[in-house]
Design a protein around this ligand. Structure first.
Ligand SMILES: Nc1nc2c(ncn2[C@@H]2O[C@H](COP(=O)(O)OP(=O)(O)OP(=O)(O)O)[C@@H](O)[C@H]2O)c(=O)[nH]1
Ligand SMILES: [Mg+2]
Length: 533
């Protein structure tokens, strides 16, 4: 006769059912335990059903020790032990909730509790009122892990700017903390940690510690939270909180929801929670694919209407949105002194000096030291944006980290399937704040100020040249009869760059037109006129 131990994870009633089932099958139940109570869901039910199973006696002894501690602990242990025994939990392939709307997926109340456990939302929404933060920038002083491309102070400044972007967050203290190496269990050496803990605890305004490392292990966070007695955040969680705050469109919200999953995944231990995360990932990806389908359609239409597009990319806060505003005068493009102010890809139309209509595409900014998972969730829209005729890379020329920021953007762009041969024009922005680079270093860049609208004309001419080149258009000069059909036709085709009635002979007009080879062929065939390039 097999001995049966039953563990129940949802309700006492279910445990009772298990006992009845076991006795029907003539099992001797040596122990039954009700571990924790949870809302039932489809995944939960499947998992819970599978968890009532047989465990041999040696395991049971070990398990009993663990169970005598806390419920949570016993739950984790039992899940681990059971995993080998339980046949793989299968979630039914199809169910009614596969037809959930995007809003229903986003506002899944069951997932909300997992997010709350990871406490991602709290900083974004300022739950609990004002949050005073101690910002710590770990910095390896020497050895192979020492970074030579930036300085501890600059990294600290960025970390402060990052966390200050969140509403209701104020930076109380900030410090570059020297380390001997990265990868320590508690990040800092014991003496340093003790000093920091004392400082944080002594200051009543501090309620959160932001350690500016890309992503920390769950165990590190737990131990540090225990040491400080306060909440610990890493760069991933801060950036995610900002994303939450700034996501406006459904697509951006879905992407942010996807971006938080790797983070939550690292922080859950229960099998059923992991399943919930996997299920959500599937749903979000499906919803995004559906939207991507719509976007592909829009992109195809854009291509058909032959509206040239210019993607504006760059490090966060470099001035992408401000530059688009300066060029297009579109008041919808409003720069803000916040990191990741723009999360949605938006298009802003304008006419180039030659009269050709184009769309400038604003994009999400890049930043160093965040896990690729975060950027990856935005790849779909970024890919769409950079599938453009020309890319303008906006860089902050007043920033001491000009090189590093540029390299971060280039490497992220490198990981995207930028069609080969797409021209990239560099706009070195914020020149009014002072130029940190030598003229040689800026030889290939157009130095501008978006807010003062300086240098914009030269940049625009460069953009125009590339747009004309890429789209196979050329400027043509014609001398035509004033008010003639030819002029009408040219106006209708792509727009005339210039129309000048001859001063000596008002019967004739000198025009400059932008034409593709096909348009030129059609024009010359219709009207038998010859133009000059
Ligand atoms: N002094 C000065 N400030 C600028 C210039 N261009 C932009 N800024 C400021 O820089 C900040 C960021 O500008 P945005 O245009 O929002 O930058 P962005 O690159 O779109 O930023 P994200 O969307 O957050 O990635 C704003 O406060 C702008 O006013 C400039 O040429 N000179
Ligand atoms: Mg922007």
């Amino acid at each position: 006769m097999a001995l049966l131990k039953i563990f129940r994870l949802n309700t006492q009633a279910c445990l009772r059912d298990d006992l009845v089932k076991a006795s029907n099958h003539k099992y001797t139940v040596s122990r039954s335990i009700f571990c924790s109570s949870h809302e039932s869901s489809r995944e939960h039910k499947v998992l819970h059903q599978s968890l009532a199973t047989v465990v041999n006696n040696t395991r049971w002894n070990k398990l009993r020790n663990d169970i005598s501690r806390t419920h949570t602990r016993s739950f984790v242990t039992s899940t681990v032990l059971f995993r080998k025994k339980v046949s793989r939990v299968k979630i039914p392939e199809k169910s009614a909730d596969d037809n959930l709307s995007e809003d229903e997926i986003l506002n899944d109340p069951q997932f909300e509790s997992l997010r709350n456990q990871s406490r991602l939302q709290a900083l974004a929404t300022g739950v609990g009122g004002q949050v005073g933060v101690m910002v710590l920038q770990p910095w390896v002083k020497w050895g192979p892990q020492k970074r030579t491309d930036t300085s501890g102070q600059l990294m600290l400044q960025e970390a402060v700017a990052l966390v200050s972007t969140l509403p209701l967050v104020s930076v109380v203290t900030q410090e570059v903390v020297s380390l001997q190496s990265l990868g320590k269990r508690m990040v800092f050496g014991s003496g340093t940690l003790e000093r920091l803990v004392n400082e944080a605890r002594a200051n009543k305004s501090i309620s959160c510690i932001f350690i500016s490392l890309d992503i920390m292990k769950r165990s590190q966070i737990e131990e540090l939270e225990a040491a400080f007695g306060m909440r610990i955040m890493d760069r991933y969680s801060v950036v995610l909180s900002i994303f939450h705050q700034h996501a406006r469109t459904k697509e951006a919200r879905l992407q942010v929801a996807l971006a938080e999953l790797p983070y939550i995944k690292k922080r859950v231990t229960y099998e059923r929670d992991k399943l919930m995360v996997a299920e959500r990932e599937k749903r979000l990806k499906a919803a995004l694919t559906k939207l991507a389908g719509i976007r592909a359609h829009v992109r195809a239409n854009r291509a058909k209407s032959s509206l040239p597009t210019i993607a504006v990319v760059g490090y966060t806060n470099a001035g992408k949105t401000s530059l688009i505003r300066a060029i297009t005068q579109d008041s919808r493009a409003e720069g803000r002194n916040q990191l990741f102010a723009t999360l949605d890809v938006t298009a802003h139309g304008c006419r180039l000096p030659c009269g050709v209509e184009v769309a400038f595409i604003d994009t999400v900014g890049f930043i160093q030291d965040i896990p690729t998972d975060l950027v990856a969730s935005f790849k779909a829209t970024l890919e769409d944006a950079i599938f453009s005729d020309v890319v303008v890379h906006v860089r902050d020329v007043s920033h001491p980290d000009y090189e590093l920021q540029g390299a971060t953007v280039s490497s992220t762009l490198g990981s995207l399937p930028l069609p080969s041969g797409t021209p990239v024009i560099t706009a070195a922005n914020k020149m009014d704040l002072g130029i940190t680079r030598s003229p040689e270093q800026l030889a290939d860049a157009y130095v501008v100020s978006a807010t003062r609208e300086e240098g914009i004309e030269d940049l625009l001419m460069a953009i125009q040249n590339e747009v004309l080149k890429v789209t196979g258009r050329k400027l043509w000069k014609f001398t035509l009869s004033t008010g003639s059909d030819q002029i009408q036709w040219l106006r209708g085709a792509t727009g005339l760059v210039q129309e000048e009635i001859d001063e000596a002979n008002p019967q004739i007009t000198h025009v400059v037109a932008v034409l593709t080879d096909q348009e030129l062929a059609a024009f010359t065939k219709n009207f038998e006129v010859k133009g000059k390039k």
